[in-house]
Design a protein around this ligand. Structure first.
Ligand code: ARG
Length: 586
């Protein structure tokens, strides 16, 4: 469905191109390059097209261009092709359009209510192959609040890019190798006493996390603990079978536990990579680069890269003892990924504290001559914390992901019980869980990725205000109204929808595809979140101003129901993009 803004962009481009031809110019304007604005005041119409950009090509003042374009687009003008769905007029340097409300509403609803045609699919990324890496945990402890922001962003950005037409592959790197996991292993080896997650009845990743905490307690009293962990790493690298067995067992516990959390939050991956399987490749590439003179050996024997020309300093790639570091594995990983699935773009969703790491990584891959190295992008996001004094986690410092969702769910459940809504909502536990996820994901995604933020659990759950549950509630309210209405007159005359509140909604519905395109372009789900909030507010006004079931006239009632159905469809589609579960009742 071409939305009305696109229709008019096409027409404006057509009229400008005609002027260009008449002026003997060989240049043309592409409709997608035409900017459309919303005029500040209602009496100025619904769309405004600035003409400044064409002044140079046409050697004409913008107001003169605006007058010519408006004349061409008026109902009797040639460019209009009989367009009676809106009226064009010049307003200074702008061509403004006052849309015919009824016709616009009819066209739009016809598209939105045709369930066989997907909505919100701008096609701006059609033909591109995008790989998105996100989550990417270490295996020494369970997921925390930072991962929840990462997971929500990665999953949502992936869905948005896909909606914009990209072919998409979601990947995760599990950093399962290194001294961090050896610390948990050491504590288990020395104090685990053969216990298992099953024997203790503890979620398996939390079980491992407990030993990471135990290691730090132990290291506080025993200065040789760090050294013993390093020793364990050396044994692991040497392939010592007992160490490798322990490592396998504990990593399986962690990864299995994390996958449970992913399932719970609606996150999934097309492929998992494991550092233990990629770091040797990184080493190999670095040594090959050393041979070619791309890298150099420092006096102490470490392999280094000089990125001073890129203003990035000198950087160690392999330690003097030959062991690899964090960046080593990333070099092998990127190469494997491109080999597995040739991408046009690889997006790394990783915290802003790793900005330097990714600048260096990308520069190194370019130096190594990989043609795809210029297609790598770090989608950096800010820190997330709880307001002081909220919910202490087991480990004291970071907020555990599962615990946080549990407590959100418990709060939602208590609210359902307080309000005596248990019967109305059906399965209270399930609904409470969905409210918790809606609250969490909306709160995390409504902030632009780059910004640091506080996650306030109580605020996220509020039913009024800019929250997930408010939107879920709006969806449930519309659903129950539509259910109550049953099947009314299917022949809807959307032309009846010409009141101000209805028109606001129609215009917002018409802007959905554009919101998806913009969210995809900027890889920013907060654009969808903001769109949804506007839509919900506009629906509230409409609901307040325009009686629906009691419109006093069956045709008007049907038209308003159709509008509500269209809102619900957009709402549900957008929910999916930002990982908010939809609820029929709440
Ligand atoms: N596991 C790493 C950490 O917790 C993040 C990995 C990010 N991705 C990457 N390709 N380096 O810090």
């Amino acid at each position: 469905m071409a939305d009305f803004k696109d229709v008019w962009k096409n027409r404006v481009a057509g009229a400008v191109n005609k002027l260009l031809r008449e002026a003997g110019s060989a240049e043309t304007v592409d409709p997608s390059a035409v900017t459309a604005e919303s005029p500040p005041r209602p009496e100025q119409g619904d769309l405004g097209f600035p003409m400044f950009a064409y002044a140079k090509q046409l050697r004409k003042a913008p107001p003169l261009i605006a007058a010519a374009v408006a004349a061409d687009l008026s109902p009797h003008g040639e460019g209009s092709a009989g367009a009676s769905d809106g009226e064009a007029f010049a307003l200074g340097p702008y061509v403004n359009i006052r849309l015919d409300r009824g016709r616009t509403a009819s066209g739009l609803l016809a598209g939105l209510l045709d369930e066989t045609v997907p909505i919100g699919r701008p096609g701006t990324l059609a033909g591109s192959r995008v790989m998105v890496e996100f989550s990417s945990p270490n295996t020494n402890k369970p997921l925390h609040l930072g991962h929840l922001r990462n997971d929500a962003l990665g999953e949502s950005v992936s869905r948005i890019l896909k909606a914009a037409g990209a072919e998409l592959r979601k990947v995760c790197i599990i950093n399962d190798r290194g001294v961090h996991i050896c610390k948990s292993m050491l504590a288990y080896k020395e104090g685990g006493g053969g216990r298992t997650p099953e024997s203790e009845g503890v979620k398996s990743d939390h079980f491992v996390g407990g030993f990471y905490v135990a290691f730090h307690k132990m290291a506080g009293d025993d200065s040789s603990a760090e050294e013993r962990a390093q020793e364990l790493l050396r044994r692991w690298e040497a392939g010592d079978s007992e160490t490798v067995e322990l490592w396998k067992m504990m990593n399986t516990w962690t990864v299995d536990g994390m996958k449970e959390t992913y399932r719970r939050t609606g996150v999934s991956f097309d492929q998992y990579y494991f550092e233990s399987q990629t770091y040797l490749k990184g080493k190999e590439e670095i040594l090959a680069g050393l041979d070619k003179g791309i890298f150099y050996r420092a006096e102490d024997g470490a392999v280094m890269v000089d990125l001073e020309a890129e203003k990035l300093d000198k950087k160690v790639l392999l330690r003097s003892d030959g062991t690899s570091i964090y960046i080593t594995q990333d070099i092998g990983l990127a190469i494997y990924r491109n080999r597995d699935w040739a991408f046009d773009r690889l997006v790394y969703v990783v915290g802003s504290e790793q900005q330097y790491h990714f600048q260096v990584l990308f520069a190194i891959l370019k130096k190594l001559g990989f043609p795809w190295a210029s297609n790598l992008y770090h989608l950096s996001y800010g820190m997330v914390n709880l307001p002081d004094g909220k919910m202490k986690s087991r480990e004291g410092t970071v907020v555990d992901a599962d615990d946080l969702i549990d407590s959100l769910r418990d709060l939602a459940l208590a609210e359902i019980r307080d309000k005596d809504r248990e019967e109305a909502v059906g399965n209270s536990d399930e609904v409470a869980e969905k409210i918790a996820l809606g609250a969490l994901h909306y709160y995390l995604l409504s902030v632009a990725p780059a910004r640091d933020m506080l996650f306030n659990p109580q605020e996220s759950l509020s039913f009024n205000g800019n929250t997930g549950p408010y939107l879920q509630y709006m969806g449930a309210r519309i659903s129950s109204m539509l259910k109550k209405a049953g099947d009314r007159d299917p022949a809807v005359d959307a032309g009846l929808l010409s009141g101000d509140a209805e028109w606001e909604l129609v215009k917002l519905l018409g802007a959905y595809t554009e919101a998806v395109a913009s969210a995809a372009e900027h890889m920013d789900p907060s654009i969808i979140a903001a769109y949804l909030y506007e839509l919900a507010k506009a629906f509230s006004r409409f609901y307040h101003d325009c009686p629906i079931l009691n419109a006093g006239n069956a045709a008007l009632s049907s038209a308003r129901l159709a509008l509500s159905r269209a809102v619900l469809r957009v709402l549900r589609d957008a929910f999916e993009l930002i990982c908010i579960p939809f609820l029929e009742a709440m």
